[in-house]
Design a protein. Structure first.
Length: 365
């Protein structure tokens, strides 16, 4: 590999700074910084503005861009592109962690002309809309997070697309015993499946289940704030569905504590376009020992029987599945144990580090 004196020099190219709001790309890039050893990473950080997340981005060298909030606005993306073109010539490899969305086709045609011939590894961190693949060109070797996205990219001309599971550090998300609380808590991720989760919870409640529903509407991705349902709309749905005990969270101060307090994670979007193939919240819940009910979408196939899957947009089926899980402690225990074991076996950082180390070596030799 190049750069043996200190490991290869790799530029992490993301749409926004890594110390800004979480998006599928920045979240995955942060994991790489703390997972892949013996690599000299360069990554983009904010030079100006209020820090929105606790802690520092681990390792590597930060390349500053001017941004108050850190969101991947057009101005921030232009700064990152300009800095990336200059930095790429001083690195051995460019590792782009970029979703394939509107505008990617133009970027994929422009990048080789302005950045030279440095090898590129492109990890696609989110599910892809088929229409966005028109006229796209691969930046280099391509990696997807699920077999479904890999097939889609390969059929669009991206060649031999590898699949590398995202990683989670189990030391940061230890197994936690189920808390004895009455009523139990159902934690629903509101990123694209808010109304579906509430309708499903209403079915479970009318079938006799007693629980507190907590809606986590905390996504920081592009346009997330504008897409969040207003409070009065959510309260109206809750009243109609008979959900008398509901809490809406628009900010989470203690995520490990919230997952430890939850009994079930509910995530039932109709589609995953633009969202991480395997959302970090799902992996964190499974690592904590909390069963998850997910929509039966192709991106989740890799989780196999680790989670309970339900047809998208079928609140009747989902609601009764939720009621049964809450009412059967022995089933809850079995699913919880299976989830923790699967995360440890398939999504551990060692597997992710080994996969990317091999890919870096292939591209640099």
């Amino acid at each position: 590999m190049s750069g043996e004196r200190g490991g290869p020099r790799v530029l992490l190219l993301t749409a926004g700074p890594l110390d800004g709001p979480e998006t599928p790309g920045t979240d995955l890039a942060r994991e790489l910084l703390g997972t892949v050893p013996h690599v000299e990473y360069a990554w983009f950080r904010r030079w100006w503005g209020r820090v929105r997340r606790a802690g520092e981005v681990p390792g590597g060298q930060g390349v500053s861009v001017i941004s108050r909030e850190g969101a991947p606005s057009p101005a921030v993306r232009l700064q990152i592109l300009t800095a990336a073109v200059l930095s790429a010539r001083r690195t051995d490899l460019v590792h782009a962690v970029l979703p394939v969305g509107p505008g990617f086709a133009a970027f994929s045609r422009m990048w080789p002309r302005v950045a030279g011939r440095r090898p590129v590894l492109h990890t696609v961190p989110a599910a892809v809309e088929g229409a966005d693949l028109a006229d796209c060109r691969p930046l280099g070797r391509t990696v997807a997070l699920s077999e479904a996205t890999a097939r889609q990219l390969a059929e669009a001309g991206f060649g031999d697309v590898r699949v590398v599971n995202p990683s989670i550090r189990l030391d940061l998300w230890p197994l936690r015993r189920r808390q004895e609380r009455t009523p139990p808590m159902v934690l629903a991720i509101g990123d694209g499946g808010t109304e579906e989760a509430m309708l499903s919870a209403g079915v479970a409640a009318r079938a006799g289940a007693r629980f507190q529903l907590v809606l986590a509407l905390t996504g920081d991705g592009p346009g997330a704030a504008a897409s969040r349902p207003p409070e009065d709309l959510l309260r109206g749905i809750a009243a109609r569905e008979g959900l008398l005990d509901m809490e809406v969270l628009r900010h989470i101060g203690d995520l490990p504590g919230l997952l430890a307090a939850a009994d079930v994670l509910l995530y039932v979007p109709r589609r995953m376009t633009g969202r991480a193939d395997v959302p970090p919240m799902v992996l964190r819940a499974l690592a904590t020992g909390r069963p998850a009910i997910l929509s039966d979408l192709p991106e989740f196939a890799g989780l196999s029987d680790t989670v309970l899957r339900t047809p998208p947009a079928d609140p009747h089926h989902t609601g009764h599945l939720l009621r049964q899980l809450l009412d059967r402690p022995w089933w809850w225990d079995r699913i919880a144990e299976r989830g923790r074991a699967t995360v440890a076996g398939r999504f551990g950082p060692d597997r992710c580090a080994a996969a990317y180390t091999r890919l870096y070596r292939e591209l640099l030799t």
